[in-house]
Design a binder for this molecule. Structure first.
Ligand code: C2E
Ligand code: MG
Ligand code: MG
Ligand code: MG
Length: 279
């Protein structure tokens, strides 16, 4: 009867809740071990400057090479790491790996910039800047070859602390990108107040850019806005020649996407540089 069903469904619900919180704890535990066991890999995806027709930069994208489950995408574990202090350790690993890669590329004769994604907790971490600075010194790399990416949400939620951090970061020569632009808060006043260099237009606007007149209008307007504020524009998720043509015709500065390359391991990225023009 109804009563019993009701009882059963409540029981079922609490059981599944227990399972999912158990899974979360399990995943956190595995992540902690994975840091110790060095199971992470930093992939690189080229960013192409359209005026120079060059690879000038690469975005560093983390993957978890799980011994049993194989390669795990960051969407599966970054949100879990962000719920605990794990994101700080993971973020420091990314910074140090990115610096090491900049150094290795420079030794091979490639002055390619690497951009890194920063989570909110990293931006508000008091030690982040000194960690970055120490890594740059340690590897003896030019800070101009490093960039940080932060989302609009972080810039708005943690405005004053983000402002201070990004100013310091730029003082030593690093640059700053706004990631996933257009998907977060639409308060535009922060764009003129914060120390920024690049806007990355989210790929959801690029997807249908060839067929959707609204997306065309939005992307054109974002490029104009960015240029008027002296910012450069990077389009994310460029997959087709037609999308590339639209972006070139509308003075977009750089593009990133599967059309050029998926994110790849360091050695494969070096192979890409050998075959393609680069700075
Ligand atoms: P994101 O920073 O916006 O990175 C761009 C994402 O778009 C990457 O997904 C990339 O593989 C994907 N992408 C690039 N070109 C194309 C394309 O042409 N088509 C399609 N469909 N996708 C494309 P990925 O590597 O899975 O990373 C997802 C998100 O995870 C990133 O989004 C970023 O928010 C986060 N993430 C990745 N690495 C790190 C990290 O080291 N630290 C932090 N805090 N977050 C990271
Ligand atoms: Mg990014
Ligand atoms: Mg993005
Ligand atoms: Mg994203």
């Amino acid at each position: 009867n109804g009563k019993r069903n009701n009882k059963n469904s409540i029981q079922f619900y609490s059981q599944s809740m227990r399972d999912s919180s158990h899974q979360l704890i399990q995943l956190e535990h595995e992540l902690r071990l994975a840091i110790k066991n060095n199971e992470f890999e930093l992939f690189l995806q080229p960013i192409v400057d359209l005026a120079k027709n060059n690879i000038t930069k690469a975005e560093a994208l983390i993957r978890w090479n799980h011994p049993k489950k194989g390669m795990i995408s960051p969407d599966k574990f970054i949100p879990v790491a962000e719920k605990s202090d794990l994101i700080i350790a993971l973020g420091e690993w990314v910074i140090q790996r990115a610096c090491q890669m900049v150094k290795k590329l420079a030794k091979l004769g490639y002055n390619i910039k690497i951009s890194m994604n920063l989570s909110s907790a990293q931006v508000t971490d008091n030690n982040l800047f000194s960690y970055l600075h120490a890594c740059v010194k340690n590897y003896k790399i030019d800070p101009c070859l490093l960039e940080v990416e932060v989302t609009e949400g972080v810039l708005v939620d943690d405005y004053s602390v983000a402002n201070k951090l990004l100013s310091k970061v730029r003082t030593i020569g690093m640059s700053v990108s706004v990631d996933d632009f257009g998907t977060g808060y639409s308060s535009l006043s922060y764009l003129k107040q914060l120390p920024l260099d690049f806007l990355k237009i989210d790929r959801s606007f690029i997807n249908d850019i060839v067929t959707d007149d609204n997306d065309k209008a939005i992307v054109k307007a974002v490029i104009a806005l960015a240029h008027n504020l002296n910012l450069c524009v990077i389009a994310e998720g460029v997959e087709t020649q037609e999308q590339l043509s639209f972006l070139t015709d509308n003075a977009c500065n750089s593009v990133q996407g599967y059309l050029f390359s998926r994110p790849v391991q360091f050695n494969a990225f070096v192979e890409l540089l050998k075959k393609h023009p680069h700075t």
